[in-house]
Write a protein that binds this ligand. Structure first.
Ligand SMILES: [Zn+2]
Length: 368
């Protein structure tokens, strides 16, 4: 099997070499904006298909009046060219095109390598899951994903790529992703005061699940796991209530204000008993300046849980309306949906939701 795969790759290289100069096969864009909207066509009036993030690299498949069409997994979408840098002038590894039939793949590989200059330094990876490829272009396979903060030894470089040493191999990282002028890394949630608000409590049971579970019990379960996780990461955590007590909405918001919280997270579950198939997670903000916090958390929860994305929206809820601090309210799923209710009772799924919230907070604090 492996032999056949190598043969196919060599055949592809030979074909590319035969028909085009190498530069023509490298056509990529780097996203320069976080949470950049993906559209189904070249304009803001087209459907929003999701978002891409700063530092992501995609192959460009089209371009039209200020919009770039990019290849995603299994589909293509459009982004405003204002927020991407184009890599079509990527020419540092180009083989001079002197019209010779370059069907010899060895020639291509060799000339790529000789273009590298040798350097001795280390770089610090500023983003989590930074892609390391086995060659200096996005056409090459991803061979590793590196964690934020990791330091790698640079053993060579081309115009746009660093060649770096990994534990037992070598790879390439796109220079713009590790730009040394990047601002200092922050510690994320470490040292931050986070108020967690498990919705409802005491006599107020909240919504009722398909199988009889109370919203108040689930929100407390999630809050408890979230608190443990954040404490482990060095945050100071304050809960608005304990397991049994009822606390007014007003005093929940006041607590956040008095404690001068860096973030206030209100946890809730939804229910529409008449429509047991309804599913999804949504996050709400009240003050517009906290919309990014809602966006980060929502995106990360969807990524972790795989539940339907109901998006981020303005929400007129008292706990966030009376809150002066960065605050959001999350509806973490429909307990009226029997499948979701069963999932929510498992620690595995609860931990996915919590990871999403934590990752969203980490992203939020890393830009503050
Ligand atoms: Zn609720």
């Amino acid at each position: 099997m492996r032999k056949r795969k190598i043969l196919v790759i060599m055949l592809c290289l030979a074909l590319v070499g035969w028909n085009y100069p190498i530069t023509a096969s490298t056509n990529e864009v780097v996203i320069n904006e976080d949470n950049l909207n993906l559209r189904s066509g070249p304009g803001t009036n087209y459907e929003n298909l999701g978002q891409v993030h700063k530092g992501d690299i995609y192959t460009k498949v089209g371009e039209q009046s200020g919009w770039v069409e990019i290849q995603l997994e299994g589909f293509t979408a459009w982004v405003s060219s204002e927020f991407v840098s184009k890599q079509e002038d990527f020419s540092d590894t180009t083989v001079p095109t002197n019209n010779k039939d370059s069907t010899d793949t060895d020639t291509v590989t060799d000339s790529t390598n000789t273009e590298e200059s040798t350097v001795q330094k280390t770089i610090k990876i500023p983003y989590n899951k930074t892609q390391i490829r086995n060659g200096p272009s996005t056409e090459h396979d991803i061979i590793n994903l590196v964690k934020e903060g990791e330091e790698l030894q640079v053993i060579g470089e081309t115009d746009k790529w660093f060649k770096v040493k990994l534990d037992d191999s070598e790879g390439y990282v796109f220079k713009e992703l590790v730009d040394e002028s990047n601002e200092e890394l922050t510690d994320g949630v470490k040292g931050k005061t986070i108020v967690i608000d498990p919705g409802h409590g005491g006599d107020d049971s909240g919504a009722l699940g398909n199988n009889g579970i109370y919203e108040k019990d689930l929100t407390y379960k999630t809050a408890d796991i979230l608190a443990q996780e954040l404490i482990l990461l060095g945050a100071e955590v304050i809960m608005t209530r304990d397991q049994e007590t009822f606390v007014t909405l007003e005093s929940r918001a006041t607590l956040s204000n008095v404690e001068n919280a860096d973030a206030f997270i209100s946890l809730h579950y939804n229910s529409v008993p008449d429509l047991p198939n309804v599913t999804g997670i949504g996050t709400y903000y009240h003050q517009e300046q906290y919309e990014p916090l809602a966006n980060y958390i929502q995106e990360e929860i969807i990524k972790e849980s795989g539940d339907r994305d109901r998006g981020v929206d303005f929400g007129d809820f008292q706990v966030i309306r009376q809150n002066l601090m960065p605050s959001v309210l999350i509806e973490l799923g429909f307990i009226s949906n029997p499948e979701i209710e069963q999932l929510l009772l498992t620690n595995v799924y609860q931990e996915k939701l919590v990871s999403g919230i934590v990752n969203g907070l980490q992203r939020y604090f890393s830009i503050q």
